[in-house]
Design a protein around this ligand. Sequence first.
Ligand code: SF4
Length: 262
Amino acid sequence: MSAPTPCAPGLAICAPGPAVCAAGLPTRRASLAQVLRRLRRAYGPRPWRTWGTPLDELVGTILSQNTNDRNSDAAWRRMRATYPQWNGAADAPPAAIAAAIRPAGLHRQKARSIRAVLRRIRSERGSITLDFLRRWPTQRIKDYLLSLPGVGPKTAACVLLFSTLRRPVLPVDTHVCRVSRRLGLIGPRTNAEQAHGLLAAIVPPRSVYAFHVLMIEHGRKVCHARRPECGACCLNDVCPSAFTLPAPPTPTKRRPMRPPRI
Ligand code: SF4
């Protein structure tokens, strides 16, 4: 019998669970093509949509950190109503910006970041726009965005993928990282920062957008952080983590109500 293939660094070849054979190799491991095909079937196709200019997307992404879409959308509308021109926000006191974006939460910190980004762009480029990035290669744009105050790899990737820059760079958020780990696409202890590089190497550019939005949808609806609904999951026959994590509590039957006394 030939020796087992050594585990590739970063890959979940030895993911624990009943799907692992005696040699520690998986008897099941989801392939990227399977994952995409089944998630598309479950949630529908996800054609690549872009949302706005690179600067709009950057400010919108800062507002969306650690909050939900409803709150960040409300903060965005209030901010644009208060400051229809970016120069207005760049010259405003941080407390005034914070008041405008209050629904987003962490509003003081986000106000400082947004103001610092706007002022930095203006001091470097003479006006507040990121449209000059369109002519740049992807890696140069990424480096530039990461050099801005308060911008990390996930925010930079969101600007590249969702703005009119339209570059196939994968943002890895908590859902994408968790579901990828459970499916064995990356190692069980891979963190979000390492996952950026590992997933970028296996997700083809044409599928980056669909992979990102479908994994988030699956993470929100089925593969929850604490109690994934493996019984209802379209990937449970290929997922090495299926049924190895605590399941959601089964709904208890409500006792019939006592008839009212007459
Ligand atoms: S819900 Fe269960 S089976 Fe589905 S991807 Fe998550 S851990 Fe795997």
